[in-house]
Write a protein that binds this ligand. Structure first.
Ligand code: ADP
Ligand code: MG
Length: 616
């Protein structure tokens, strides 16, 4: 008796029927009208109020999808026209409760519903895949029943099921069923990574109306069933398995900086900081605080992080708001260090090397490799992955020739076009580029004009808003300061820990304060990130009359000066750059107008940069 009471009698199909009738009547009616053009019922997980069903969905999604399908078919919820079968219907789920990051996916999640997020790194062409095959026997001429086909190997009968003879069977194409199939690879988004970790990836198999939805560079949440396939090593089955996600739904994240959440308390702190008369200096001092000096470079990077405002022209063209900065300098002058810091600080920041970046290079490429199982694959490079962020590209002087030409479009139009074989695509790369390069001869030669030592074509150079020349000249006072700074960064923390109770000679509070001061940023990086995101979301300053005059006046003077064949020609681009920089400067204090305080500041920087490269 007791046993019988414990047996739970559950009618899942009945429960799902109730749920669908209550929550999805309208959607199902719409699908009925538009079927098979529209054939996916998208169920919002948050609407499943029955805890047991919700739990079962996460644990055994395959079974639940079957139950829901049964509920729809048995109760004829889908009203189809004569002759139509409901077998094309897809059941999809969105807004799953918990996201697993790619690196945390584990064996116990196999065959469960998993939700993860990242950037689309690769997509293959969309090609048909057979899902059920019908064969004709060469001996008895009979047709087989449809044989379902899974992911991977093609399943062919070895003998005819009718005459049971071991003969050849031919595929009858017009009786087979196909779906559109595409393979994607997503990569962890950089903001989830702890410093310096390599992003991990996960492959996703999508079919039917999920194909062709996303492009490399898109930020997505992918929901799907985690599947495993056995590895084959040298023709032998291995005990190791690979995993992939059988895609169930894809949610595309559109907005920039939505990863950065800003609470009301944050907002109060942001407003307080904006009112601080020292805010500009504090921000600049909070960029790469472990690097001594290079204040002009840090100021430029601060401007870059805030960015100008992109503008739509009446003719449909677009002017970028992103500020591109190039650092050309002697080795060992902390260029790489600065780049890495910025990639970490910026939401959606990516660090890449021009020399050894992936096969996708800096922009994007189409390749035919084993990933696509014979299909062409489109792969995003650093600038596409950094869409809506900052791409920090080191060793730019060593990049491949193809990258160099693709960069022209990427930097100005902020898009990358790929047209190769079956793939034509235009990918977005709305990012600010922070580049670093060594001089032509490895280090600057003081007897050759600097402009001649920058190893990049003028057309590319003119796309940078600011170019800095960083030379490593021994200078006793500065060297001592750097030495103390580096030693301080390394040693002071340790010293304090070891000698809490017995002070070291010479290491007094003042020493520690001085040594630590430049290392601890004025603004905590977490707050700075939020401050930047807030400024980009809410602040769109416009030029005051005084600022307009200042910029135009400066530009006219530049044009007059720039006669002859200078390596960095002065064109209308420079005027656009001036406006962008001034906008960024106003944004740094959340001001709605650009004043002469902003133009004074940025003209000083621009002037210093041009003095080094353009008219020395
Ligand atoms: P680069 O990329 O310019 O060749 P790196 O970024 O690799 O140089 O820097 C070399 C090392 O020297 C780094 O560890 C960096 O921290 C240190 N370094 C160089 N200049 C400074 C400086 N001004 N302040 C602090 N550290 C510095
Ligand atoms: Mg370097």
């Amino acid at each position: 008796m007791a046993e019988e009471i414990n047996v739970e009698v559950t009618d899942n199909v009945g429960e799902w029927t109730k749920f669908l009738k209550k929550q999805y009547r309208r959607e199902i009616a719409e699908i009925s009208r538009e079927y098979p053009h529209r054939r996916s019922l998208v169920i919002d997980y948050r609407k499943i109020l029955n805890n047991r069903l919700a739990f079962e969905l996460l644990r055994s999604p395959g079974k639940v999808i079957g139950d829901i399908r049964d509920a729809i078919v048995q109760n004829k919820l889908l009203k189809l026209k004569d002759g139509q079968e409901p077998d094309l219907l897809n059941i999809r789920f969105t807004n799953l409760p918990q996201k697993t990051s790619i690196r945390d996916i584990r064996a116990d999640q196999i065959n469960t519903l998993v939700s993860t997020e990242g950037i689309i790194r690769k997509t293959t062409e969309v090609r048909p895949r057979i899902v059920s095959a019908v064969f004709r026997c060469r001996s008895c001429n009979n047709l087989t029943d449809p044989i379902p086909q899974g992911y991977g190997r093609f399943d062919e009968p070895e003998f005819c099921p009718r005459c049971e003879r071991k003969t050849r069977l031919d595929l009858v194409i017009n009786r087979c069923r196909f779906v559109d199939a595409q393979k994607l690879r997503i990569q962890e988004s950089p903001e989830g990574l702890r410093g310096g970790e390599q992003p991990q990836t996960l492959d996703i198999d999508v079919v039917d109306d999920l194909t062709g939805l996303v492009a490399p560079g898109d930020r997505v949440v992918v929901n799907g069933i985690l599947r495993s396939v056995q590895r084959i090593n040298y023709g032998q089955k291995s005990t190791l398995f690979d995993i992939y996600l059988e895609g169930n739904s894809i949610e595309v994240a559109e907005k920039e900086f939505e990863e950065v959440s800003i609470t009301e308390e944050d907002e109060a702190r942001i407003m307080a900081l904006a009112r601080d008369p020292m805010v500009y200096r504090k921000i600049v001092r909070s960029i790469a605080p472990t690097i001594y000096g290079s204040d002009d470079v840090k100021e430029a990077i601060a401007l870059q992080l805030f960015g100008g405002i992109p503008k739509e022209m009446p003719d449909g063209s677009r002017l970028r708001g992103d500020i591109h900065v190039l650092l050309v300098g002697d080795p060992g002058i902390a260029k790489s260090q600065i780049l890495r810091y910025v990639a970490k600080l910026s939401p959606r920041g990516i660090y890449a090397s021009g020399k050894s970046s992936t096969s996708a290079g800096l922009t994007a490429t189409a390749v035919k490799d084993e990933f696509g199982d014979g299909r062409w694959t489109l792969e995003a490079g650093a600038l596409v992955l950094a869409d809506m962020g900052v791409a920090a590209v080191d060793e730019m002087d060593k990049m491949a020739k193809e990258d160099r030409s693709a960069l022209h479009e990427a930097m100005e139009q902020q898009s990358v076009s790929v047209a190769k074989a079956g793939i034509t695509a235009t990918l977005k790369c709305r990012c600010a580029l922070l580049g670093a390069a060594n001089p032509k001869l490895g280090r600057f030669d003081q007897f050759i004009p600097i402009a001649e030592q920058i190893n990049m074509p003028p057309s590319l150079l003119s796309r940078f808003d600011l170019i800095f020349v960083m030379t490593d000249q021994p200078e006793a006072e500065r060297d001592a300061a750097i030495a103390q700074h580096i030693i301080g960064t390394h040693a002071v923390g340790e010293l304090i820990k070891q000698h809490e109770h017995e002070p070291l000679p010479g290491v007094d509070d003042e020493y520690i304060r001085r040594a630590l001061e430049p290392v601890t940023p004025d603004i905590d990086p977490v707050l700075l990130r939020k401050y930047i995101a807030y400024a980009k979301r809410t602040c769109f300053p416009i030029l005051s009359d005084g600022a307009k005059e200042a910029l135009i006046g400066y530009y006219m003077r530049l044009r007059n000066l720039a006669s002859g064949d200078k390596p960095v020609p002065v064109t209308a681009r420079q005027l656009e750059a001036l406006v962008r920089l001034a906008e960024a400067s106003a944004r740094m204090r959340l001001s709605n107008t650009i004043d002469t305080e902003d133009t004074d500041r940025i003209l000083k920087i621009v002037d210093a940069c041009l003095r080094q490269v353009a008219y020395d």
